[in-house]
Write a new protein. Structure first.
Length: 79
């Protein structure tokens, strides 16, 4: 069975920043480069440590990731 064809916009990352809500517009193959919003904002993220990626904490929307399952990461600057 062949893989379904991917249409315009379906091969984009689309990851949403947990705090600002902006969406990554890069192709879904951009990893490990950071996510990038159309506004120019960029960010790295990882699986939410509070809800372990479920999007829920104590049966409510996770306050750390706003239900996105990923939280922004602060990476050290390497020279």
């Amino acid at each position: 069975m062949s893989e379904p064809t991917r249409g315009q916009g379906k091969d984009l990352c689309g990851r949403v920043h947990a705090v600002t809500g902006v969406e990554c517009y890069l192709p879904d193959t951009h990893y490990p480069r950071p996510h990038q919003a159309l506004s120019g904002d960029s960010w790295h993220d990882g699986l939410c440590t509070e809800c372990a990626g479920s999007g829920l904490a104590s049966d409510i929307l996770c306050p750390s990731c706003n239900g996105t399952a990923f939280e922004p990461l602060d990476l050290p600057i390497v020279n």
